[in-house]
Write a protein that binds this ligand. Sequence first.
Ligand code: MG
Length: 273
Amino acid sequence: MINQTFTLRASVAALTLLCAAQITARAGETNIDGIAGFQDTPMLPGTPWHVHDPSRPQPPIVTPGDQPGKAPSDAIVLFDGTSSDQWVDANGNACPWPLEDGCLLSSKGGDIHTKQEFGDVQVHVEFKEPLPVKGDGQGRGNSGVFLMGKFEVQVLDCYDNKTYPDGQTSALYGQHPPLANACRPPGEWQTYDIAFTTPRVNADGSIKEPAYATVFHNGVLVQNHEAYLGPTGWRFLAHYDDHTPVTGPVALQYHNNPVRFRNIWIRPIVPVK
Ligand code: MG
């Protein structure tokens, strides 16, 4: 047994030395600013960079929030529980929704939207469905997160509440049901994490690529890079018109139900260089 153990250790040591020798002897390896890589490799299509190019700009360092869902260091905080200053009503007037216990409460006064407009974004939203439960189907805890003010990710209380699938919680409303019903009970905080890419348009204003959304509801993947057929509508087949804008605000819907929102932040998606 001792001899076998010794033999094994010797073999591992020899293998380690062999690997180290191979690492230091990699043909073509170059070192730029202390970063090892290669520049004798093929070019990556559409970029000025080689495969494994050490001179390619490093991705920016972002410090994650200290708890899941907390805003990372480069996020634009749209609502932190203290002020609704970032939001206005449909006419550009001050946000009509009241601030209650650090929450925005969807209320009469209509939909609200951010003053700022965005293109491709990552968005985090937390919402709480009302207690006591009132209504059913589309009438229970209905609100919505609208990307570009036009593309809805449905907010609804679908905990023990059925409705048409393309209108349930986290549906791309009227277009695509979620992959799962990940609802928490009403009265509990829930999260949406959304990655949204805007429609791409041709020079003549016609649509080149639709808008897409990837959505996590309470950490569960519910929309996996799904295309929007067009801006959200009710009882018609959504479609794109020519000259669809490519930026817009984030909007929250008032749909006659008192849904609460908190901890809303956004990160414009900056392509890698
Ligand atoms: Mg809605």
